[in-house]
Design a protein around this ligand. Sequence first.
Ligand code: SF4
Ligand code: SF4
Length: 229
Amino acid sequence: MAASPMQNLKELEEELSLLKNYPKKNLEEIIKEVGFSCTCCGRCCTKAFNGHVFLLSADAKRLKEFSPESLMPAPDFPYSDPSGNFYVSGYALKTKENGDCVFLDENNRCKIYDQRFTICRLYPYMLHREPDARGKIDWRQISGLGEHGSYDCPISDEECAQIAGDTISYEAAYLEQEIEFHKAVIQKFAEEKIRFVRKDHDRRVHEFLKTGKAAVYVWDGSSLVKEEV
Ligand code: SF4
Ligand code: SF4
């Protein structure tokens, strides 16, 4: 995110409106046509393949109840204030030193499979707009297409409809979480008379990358919670 919280909020609201108008039938057809099937390689549960696993607030809340030590503020903090506090829209899953998710076992199986999170159940399906190699922004429906799993497998119409519905619900929940986070940041900055300056933020990020230590306000679905990293 390169703009101010207010500009980014506007873009997120536009994105949510576009998502709500996306025809579910189109997504169902793409899911059927691609015929993706997971080969259980476990790569999507590693930092090398997926960067980090971002959690919806409801999933983070659930994880806090049974394994709070597995949560961390999601990386790539988009905002900060003059006191050096960073701000981010949610939590992510911690990884081990080798980059594997803390819940991935030595056989590349999820140790909490029955309790895994919304994004873990949905991956690689997605529905958001991203630029292609030429910078043209368009919808993307399958993450890492051609880089994992197998294709052209039969998927029933019912299953396609279920996956499409779950994917749209997830993407809407994700955008709503981002929107709520932005509103909270805008309100806090207004109350504390903070003007967000991108140049100062970039300098703070640069310093954080050297020390690895900072205070971060994380949106937990209802408030900004201060955490230390
Ligand atoms: S919780 Fe399980 S499925 Fe989700 S990223 Fe971790 S190991 Fe993978
Ligand atoms: S979704 Fe893809 S990367 Fe993840 S385990 Fe299945 S095949 Fe591997």
